[in-house]
Design a protein around this ligand. Structure first.
Ligand code: PEP
Ligand code: MG
Length: 316
């Protein structure tokens, strides 16, 4: 079976009805581009940059260190696109493992984009490093945990400021497209208002499930209630995909659902054409793609979303 999967490494991910599907990799370090390319990925859909920031006792990476890491990831992909997510610390990804977050609800606290906007010097440093790396290849910037349109406007302002700072010192930088994660239920419900202000969206199902169902994603005692197939979750995923397609903006899923082979057909049926996942899942998902006819999946996918027992419709 493994051997069979390796054989489709260079086969384009196209469905039986000719739909081209983008299978991207999630990475955490620049070196992860190697295993990603080894399975024939066509880009990085999620570079989780927080791993550069964590476990350093609060001493944050400076612009040069970040630029070096982002440039290595971009060059490592040899012209294929790289989506760099700005730092997403907090809750399950604490800056410093030795220091416990003393807030009662860290998942609802000052994390991700909230932290970036509260620390403008740190955020500008990261944006400058990403803009400079964009001179070396195709770069997208992805913003985590967006809940308010205001936050998107603030990011645009910060991006303009970062470019101004680079201009001022005559530094070289490249163009970027800006996207936001849809991973807070409020963002999924307000996505039509966000779309005119972004170039693309990426659905973070891991947090979307956590926040929709009020289930701590790392708490074992409630793990049995963590359900990607909950009708509320499916409805938000389906509607986000539909809204982005109507707006003519690219939409991707970069949470664990994208790498789950039992969900590939459902997501294809809902109109998803871009999936980002751990590199080990790329070939198994591609195998599902090659066997699928999206025309035959659409009506069924809508039935699954409308069902009070979606799991029962997925088997077989
Ligand atoms: C997600 O929330 O689905 C996601 C992709 O981001 P992370 O797992 O890094 O929170
Ligand atoms: Mg997330």
């Amino acid at each position: 079976e493994r051997e069979k999967l390796t054989r489709i490494k260079n086969t384009p991910a196209v469905t039986l009805d000719g739909q081209r599907i983008e299978l991207l990799a999630n990475i955490e370090l620049p070196e992860d581009t190697l295993p990603a390319l080894a399975v024939g990925t066509v880009g990085v859909g999620l570079f989780r940059t927080e791993f550069l920031f964590m476990g350093r006792g609060g001493h944050l990476p400076d612009e040069e260190e970040q630029y070096d890491a982002y440039r290595r990831a971009v060059e490592g992909m040899h012209g294929l696109p790289v989506t760099i997510r700005t730092v997403d610390v907090g809750a399950d990804k604490p800056l410093d493992h030795h220091r416990r977050d003393e807030h009662l609800n860290p998942a609802l606290g000052l994390r991700a984009i909230r932290w970036s906007l509260a620390e403008p010097a740190m955020f500008l440093t990261q944006l400058r490093a990403i803009l400079r790396a964009a001179a070396h290849g195709r770069v997208n910037i992805l913003i985590p945990m967006v809940a308010h349109l205001r936050e998107i406007r603030q990011v645009h302002t910060m991006l303009a400021k970062a470019r101004e700072q680079l201009d001022h010192r005559g530094a070289v930088y490249g163009p970027v497209r800006l996207g936001v994660m849809i991973e807070v239920p409020a963002a999924a419900l307000a996505v039509r208002m966000f779309l005119p202000h972004v170039d693309f969206v990426s659905i973070g199902t891991n947090d979307l499930i956590q926040y929709a169902l009020a289930i701590d994603r790392v708490d074992e005692s409630v793990a049995h209630l963590y359900d990607p197939l909950h009708p509320a979750v499916l409805r938000m995923v389906a509607d986000t995909i539909a809204a982005a397609r109507e707006a003519g903006k690219p939409v991707s899923v970069c949470g664990e659902m994208a790498g789950d082979v039992t969900l590939t057909r459902l997501l294809l049926g809902l109109g998803l054409r871009s999936f980002s996942m751990h590199p080990t899942q790329i070939l198994p998902v591609k195998q599902q793609v090659l066997r699928s006819d999206t025309r035959k999946l659409q009506a069924w996918a809508q039935q699954v979303v409308a069902s009070d027992e979606p799991a029962a419709l997925l088997v077989g």
